[in-house]
Design a binder for this molecule. Structure first.
Ligand SMILES: Cc1cc2nc3c(=O)[nH]c(=O)nc-3n(C[C@H](O)[C@H](O)[C@H](O)COP(=O)(O)OP(=O)(O)OC[C@H]3O[C@@H](n4cnc5c(N)ncnc54)[C@H](O)[C@@H]3O)c2cc1C
Length: 650
């Protein structure tokens, strides 16, 4: 017997489109479609936390906050010994608290459970764009051209996608009419100005030493560091150098996210006071299954006609407030035209697999009826490797205390700096001193493009992500200087996510399988960058330099003139063990018919079924650039064009 679940559809539960997830992927397309006049149901598993000041002021970001972030725990590798060496492994103590480190027994904690490596994802209206660092650096044109590889329809060329960027940007930092940018649309962008670096002159010394190494003028450091990183040029992607980082933020450094776009759209009213755009936002609603009509007969593909979802707060196991007795309330909604899956790179493949779209063997093992056998669903999980390269300067390099500095309290109730921020003043109303990108083209660059991004993180070494704990930690001393590095064009597509059970409240098994593929290239770039930074540290002028590198931990006497470690294995193993990431993409990749791992065609339609698309970071065939958020906004804007063009025939 075939199933035709839409027989339960009625006027109140039926929309033109249903979108699951409100991040840069889902939030953008849901809003665009409603603005185009179509009725849209936007389901979001999280809540609207827009009243929480930490979600508004960019510098108060808190990626561990359970009211906006899901806590996933992943593996970096199949290699158990490597996992054991990861310094920020997370454990659950018998009293329920988290503990971070290699071995909790050193603190006297027996019987702790190893959870895995902390990997936060936004779960709130606006998605991960509410907890991200808001870096808005455009990817390479080649990342877009790669969509067409083996397909050749040219829908996603780099040139075309720049047009899309210009169409969505609301630039707050350049002269209006600067080519390659937009100034009137909704994606707010901003760059820190020179004032941010005025107090940090000491910390610019190592940056100047790095500039010298690439033949740039160290005296012009402030000009470079505030220049537009998203400038339009045919040679941009091949050019090493230093620029200011664009962020998705307003002129007053308020975080801009899809939440603003959605809420603004919901609040537009007609002359008679009714809501203008037919967008319905349903929060605390976890989509658990796509519903299909399979009654079309021979040769007809199953058609997505709606979704099943659970209504309830904190009902997903990655929510730190999850209570297993809360099962949520089961509901259904129906789509006249299409269902658009947009839960992000972890959750979208989970929803497809739960719905019978995925590798046949996995679905059969879990007794899920196969709707479409797509081995690529949940495969090809990619990530930008990150690793700090830190050293000790000869003197304290903290900013000198500012005269009459207001006593900020990090967003705690009554924080005077929040009031100042509301008036466009004070420390929260400006960019941070890490607002720049140093881009390198190493000896292992692929496609002749720059392959490593670095930014300074002041006297703090960013070693990875960890949840809040009650452990005593020692801060890095004020002589510390660190570059955070991010690998562009990672070559590894061996990561995967797959469901462990048919329970939609359960988290999937996630293994990034770091360095399983392309390790020579990826580690090569990382090792070249470590060597580059060590050379710059050595050449840093007094009184700050020379800076003595301590991580990666090659002994000082073994660091060669070239910056490489005499025993290359030390750096190599350190990079393999301690690299981390937080930019998962590509788990429902676009690709040609000839690639068995292609999940989507170039119009982002799921293969083997009708009326179902994926519009989020899982669709990228490869990791876009160093930071995927702006690419996801752009992908969703382009997807809107495709959906609207196809709407006429549905
Ligand atoms: C800590 C952190 C820092 C980052 N910093 C940067 C940065 O500076 N620059 C950058 O470019 N990128 C950054 N990123 C990554 C970037 O934010 C993401 O790549 C981007 O948000 C992906 O967009 P998305 O729409 O695919 O998914 P997401 O933004 O993750 O949104 C998915 C949404 O779907 C919801 N959802 C999931 N499953 C379901 C379901 N079944 N039903 C209903 N709703 C569901 C989730 O609750 C979530 O709100 C960062 C990410 C993190 C976590």
């Amino acid at each position: 017997r075939c199933t035709a679940p839409q027989s339960l559809a009625n006027e109140t539960n039926t929309y033109d489109y249903i979108v699951t997830g409100s991040g840069p992927g889902g939030g953008t397309i849901a809003t665009n479609l409603a603005r185009a006049g179509y009725s849209v149901l936007l389901l979001e598993a999280g809540d609207d936390e827009s009243k929480d000041i930490r979600t508004q002021v960019l510098s108060l970001n808190n990626y561990t906050n359970p009211s906006v972030a899901w806590h996933f725990f992943v593996r970096h590798s199949d290699d158990e010994e490597r996992e054991k060496r990861y310094n920020l492994m997370v454990w659950r103590l018998t009293n329920g608290e988290y503990w971070v480190g290699r071995d909790p027994t050193v603190d006297g904690h027996q019987n702790a459970t190893r959870l895995g490596i902390f990997y936060p994802r936004g779960s709130t209206l606006g998605g991960s764009a509410i907890i991200n660092a808001a870096v808005t650096l455009l990817p390479s044109d080649s990342d877009w051209d790669y969509f067409n590889k083996g397909v050749g329809d040219g829908i996603w060329s780099g040139k075309e996608m720049r047009r899309i960027f210009e169409r969505i940007e609301h630039n707050n930092y350049l002269e209006p009419n600067t080519t390659g940018h937009g100034f009137t649309s909704w994606l707010q962008t901003n760059v820190a100005d020179a004032a941010v670096y005025a107090a940090g002159a000491l910390r610019l010394k190592p940056v100047q030493a790095a500039l010298k190494l690439i033949g740039w003028n160290p005296d012009a450091v402030v000009d470079y560091i505030t220049a537009d990183g998203n400038y339009l040029s045919p040679t941009r992607d091949q050019t090493a150098g230093l620029w200011g980082t664009p962020f998705h933020a307003t002129s007053n450094w308020k975080r801009f996210s899809p939440r603003d776009y959605v809420l603004e759209t919901l609040n537009v009213t007609t002359a008679n006071g009714t809501q203008q755009y037919p967008l319905r936002l349903q929060l605390n609603s976890l989509a658990t299954k796509v519903l299909f009509d399979e009654c079309g007969g021979n040769g007809t593909k199953p058609q997505a006609v709606g979704v099943e979802y659970l209504q309830g707060k904190s009902i997903y196991r990655a929510d730190a407030r999850y209570n297993p007795t809360n099962k949520g309330v089961l509901n259904q909604a129906f789509a006249r035209k299409e269902v658009i899956v947009a839960g992000g790179a972890f959750s979208s493949p989970q929803l497809l697999q739960l719905s019978g779209i995925g590798p046949k063997a996995l679905l059969r093992k879990l007794s899920i009826p196969v709707i479409s056998d797509l081995p690529g669903v949940g495969r090809n999980l990619q990530d930008n490797y990150e690793l700090p390269i830190a050293g000790r300067a000869q003197i304290d390099i903290r900013d000198p205390p500012a005269l009459n500095a207001p006593p900020c309290t990090n967003g705690a109730p009554g924080d005077p700096c929040v009031d100042m921020w509301r008036e466009g003043k004070g420390p929260y109303a400006k960019g941070g001193s890490n607002s720049h990108v140093f881009l390198l083209k190493t000896n292992h660059a692929v496609e002749g493009e720059r392959d490593m991004l670095m930014f300074t993180s002041g006297t703090r070494v960013v070693r990875g992500f960890k949840p809040d704990t009650k452990q005593n930690t020692t801060a890095d001393p004020p002589t510390t200087f660190s570059w955070s590095t991010v690998k562009i064009h990672p070559q590894n597509g061996a990561g995967y996510i797959q469901i462990k059970s048919t329970d939609p409240q359960d988290t999937p098994d996630i293994n990034l399988n770091y360095f399983a593929e392309g390790a020579e290239t990826d580690l090569g770039s990382i090792l070249d960058t470590i060597a580059f930074v060590r050379k710059a540290y050595r050449n840093t002028e007094a009184p700050v330099g020379p800076i003595e590198p301590f991580t990666p931990p090659c002994p000082a006497a073994d660091i060669l003139e070239t910056g490489y470690c005499k025993d290359g294995e030390i750096d190599r193993q350190w990079a393999q063990d301690q690299a981390f990431g937080h930019h998962p993409t590509s788990t429902n990749r676009v690709g040609p018919d000839s690639n068995p791992l292609s999940v989507l065609d170039t119009r982002l339609r799921v293969r083997g079924v009708e009326r179902l698309r994926v519009v989020d970071a899982s669709a990228f065939p490869r990791c876009p650039g160093a930071f995927p958020a702006v690419a996801t906004f752009m992908l969703s804007e382009k997807a809107t064009e495709l959906v609207l063009a196809d709407a006429k025939s549905l």
